[in-house]
Design a protein around this ligand. Structure first.
Ligand code: NAP
Length: 279
């Protein structure tokens, strides 16, 4: 059989870059996609094909898939990883920014899924990996728009998994815990941009500090992105992958806590955390 082909979105940074490297090391023909093509130069030097793609732009996604099929003739793995946190109080985040958050984290992933499915159905095989978050299972205040995209991705993935199973296609959700990438710094910056100086500024300060910590080089509060890349490798190599993998710092305890505590009890734990962080 010809080499297996994978497309990874958000390959210009963090988890996507690590995933592209890992799949390439496993022998896949890998396409890395992002807007900042210059940030993928090292991947390109190492044999990853680089695509300029904005997951909010239908034409750029269609062109990307056309390139993959024209050059490689198939697509075996789609990793929907591109994403960011449009943090801020639900009241403060302008609706245009809330919609943009859904465009990237949900509709971008969904549109790419629609584009690859005809090819995967024709092959009668394929794996779609959606990078959700523990934030698709638990919530933090001032992350309402982000969490609602990840909750949406979880539901979309469940329906998709059942729909596509008759065609031999696997759908896998990965729920990273805290991972050392640019994500935390970007979410903190967005949070400050939306809610610093608003009625929510006290919570905003504390939460922005916590978010930014996961991006600090060498922090032990967050895992290396290779932890997620290794999980992706495990999922694509398994004959029958798990439907969900919760991995990385804090992922399993956070999800367990959410499962066993009532909503009110979980709210109280969050409030304790915010109060401690704002001291
Ligand atoms: N880091 C964490 O703690 C953590 C935890 C749970 C889940 N996650 C999820 O993991 C995924 C990857 O995040 P990361 O931690 O690796 O963050 P990151 O280092 O900030 O990388 C985000 C990637 O998404 C891409 N992206 C953003 N907007 C895009 C758009 N409109 N079109 C195409 N690409 C776009 C960025 O590329 P360009 O800007 O170059 O386009 C970048 O490559 C996200 O879905 C995130 O929600 C992260």
């Amino acid at each position: 059989m010809s080499t297996k082909v994978a497309l990874v979105t958000g390959a210009s940074s963090g988890i996507g870059a690590a995933a592209a490297r890992k799949l390439h090391s496993l022998g896949y023909t890998v396409y890395g996609a992002a807007r900042r093509v210059e940030r993928m130069a090292e991947l390109a030097d190492n044999g990853v094909h680089v695509l300029s793609m904005d997951v909010t732009d239908a034409a750029s996604m269609a062109a990307g898939i056309e390139t993959v099929i024209a050059e490689s003739g198939r697509i075996d793995v789609l990793v929907n990883n591109a994403g960011y946190g449009a943090h801020g109080a639900v009241e403060d985040v302008p609706m245009a920014q809330a919609r943009a958050q859904f465009e990237v984290n949900v509709f971008g992933a969904a549109a790419l899924t629609q584009l690859v499915l005809p090819h995967m159905r024709a092959q009668r095989s394929g794996t779609i990996i959606n990078i959700s978050s523990i934030g698709g299972k638990i919530y933090l205040p001032l992350g309402g728009w982000y969490h609602s995209t990840k909750y949406a991705l979880e539901g979309l993935s469940d329906c998709l998994r059942v729909e596509t199973r008759p065609f031999g296609i696997n759908v896998v959700v990965i729920e990273p815990g805290s991972i050392r990438t640019e994500w935390g710094a970007i979410a903190a910056e967005n949070l400050r941009g939306s809610s610093a100086g608003s009625a929510y500024s006290h919570q905003a300060d504390a939460i922005a500090k916590q978010l930014a910590r996961s991006s600090e080089p060498g922090t032990r509060l967050a895992s290396d992105p290779s932890v997620i890349a290794d999980t992706i490798a495990r999922a694509v190599s398994a004959r029958r992958p798990k439907t969900r993998y919760a991995v990385g710092a804090g992922a399993k305890p956070a999800i367990l806590l959410r499962k066993v505590l009532s909503d009110r009890a979980f709210d109280a734990v969050l409030r304790l955390g915010i109060n401690a962080a704002s001291r």
